[in-house]
Design a protein around this ligand. Structure first.
Ligand SMILES: [Zn+2]
Ligand SMILES: [Zn+2]
Length: 417
């Protein structure tokens, strides 16, 4: 979900506000949430034998929302069981959360629905899929059929665009709509197993914007099928699930709960530097979010000492330095992290947010934002804040350059006088 990627502006002001900005920034370096997902298409016929086999404790909890009843979803439950080889449990219906409604669009924010599902997550669920009659939307896409948050193990599917066919008297129209919805559900659940969108022609994991693209001929490509099969077949990992859950808690500001959960799941292999650094970084970030800055910084320094190539800890140290007012040290830490960060989208995206919110330097942020876009990155928050500045007729300077220019400009004005 691109979902909880929103970061409140970093405002210099009271200590409280600054810490808020700092905390949200920290989450950036930690929890990268799967991008918003759209309409899908899948494979095999409705009564195909299960393509996958999953351990018995992998149960998908299906939640009807809005005007759906449990019996409305039976086709989806049996369809998912048949296709994914997982157990499916139908939960009692819930209302679509009212606060996710966006009156200006007349639609519900998918990320708002995900947040409500996250708070009410059944502890023993493997994955949760809500199915709502409401029309759902995301920041960057007007209308979506489905939306998934892989780190949260949550997805939501909308039947709004299928409503007429689902209620139709014509059996073939009903069957087609149900089949499309099952395929859409498989697509979303595959996202919750960390499958990204796929460029293979006709693959189930392709991003599809029109439900007419969902036909009975579209299949998972061999690569996606193999990836999904191995994810489904793997035993459940309570430590990984607990860490994902804690990341979600931290991203939403439940800092103490996140810290507790991180501490419950220490690194499995204490001889693996990357595992140790990742754990130190997470605990460090939680401590910083709790305003225990010295303790948090100590863990972040330990993380970069044990694994100097672990970029997120450098990024978080950059935030610590920025918070302390040490701009030069902050930029040094940012650059050290960027130098070992293999993902250009993450590297430039973090830099853009860091310059924008932590250092209040929109010029440098815009330069990073352009590199982020060139690398294929997309971020509604950055689009909104930096998009208006990103015009060919606006010449961009970083803060350093702007100082030089201001100096020159002042001299010139004196002459004019
Ligand atoms: Zn998708
Ligand atoms: Zn594929």
């Amino acid at each position: 979900m691109d979902g909880s990627f929103d970061q409140p502006p970093y405002e210099a002001g009271t200590r409280y506000r600054m810490l808020l900005g700092l905390s949200s920034g920290l989450v950036l370096a930690l929890a990268i949430i799967a991008p918003a997902v759209r309409a899908p298409s899948t494979a095999d016929s409705l009564h195909a034998p299960p393509a996958f086999d999953a351990p018995e404790d992998k149960v998908v909890y299906l939640i009807p929302m809005g005007h759906l009843e449990e019996h409305d979803l039976e086709f989806l439950a049996t369809g998912l069981e048949a296709r994914l080889g997982v157990g499916v449990a139908l939960l009692p219906p819930q209302a679509t959360p009212a606060w996710a409604f966006q009156p200006d669009r007349g639609q519900y924010a998918a990320s708002g629905i995900i947040d409500v599902l996250f708070v009410n997550y059944p502890p023993d669920a493997w994955r949760v899929l809500a199915v709502t009659t409401a029309d759902i939307t995301t920041d960057d896409v007007d209308m979506v059929y489905g939306y998934a948050s892989s780190k949260d193990h949550l997805a939501v599917l909308s039947t709004a665009r299928f409503r007429n066919d689902l209620a139709s008297d014509a059996p073939h129209r009903r069957a087609r709509a149900q089949d499309q919805l099952i395929r859409a559900a498989v697509h979303e659940l595959a996202h919750t197993c960390d499958l990204p969108h796929c460029d293979h022609r006709g693959c189930l994991m392709a991003a599809i914007t029109d439900r007419d693209q969902i036909t009975s001929a579209t299949a998972l490509c061999p690569t996606c099928a193999q990836t999904l099969a191995s994810r489904l077949a793997a035993p459940r990992d309570p430590a990984a699930d607990g860490t994902d859950r804690a990341d979600g808690l931290l991203a939403r500001g439940y800092n103490l709960d996140a810290l507790d959960l991180y501490l419950l799941h220490p690194p499995a292999d204490t001889a693996a530097p990357r595992q140790l650094a990742a754990w130190d970084n997470r605990v460090g970030a939680a401590l910083l979010s709790l305003e225990l800055v010295a303790e948090g910084e100590r863990l972040l320094r330990r993380a970069v000492a044990v694994d100097p190539a672990f970029a997120p800890a450098h990024y978080n140290l950059a935030l610590v330095e920025a918070y302390a007012g040490n701009t030069d040290l902050a930029v040094d830490s940012l650059r050290t992290g960027a130098a070992v960060d293999p993902d250009p989208i993450n590297r430039h995206g973090f830099a853009a947010r860091f310059f924008l919110d932590a250092l209040a330097d929109p010029g440098s942020a815009l330069i990073a934002y352009r590199a982020f876009q060139d690398a294929g990155g997309a971020d509604p928050y950055l689009d909104q804040r930096l998009g208006p500045l990103d015009r060919p007729d606006i010449f961009v300077f970083s803060t350093d350059e702007a100082e030089v220019i201001k100096g020159r400009a002042r001299k010139r004005r004196k002459k004019d006088l």
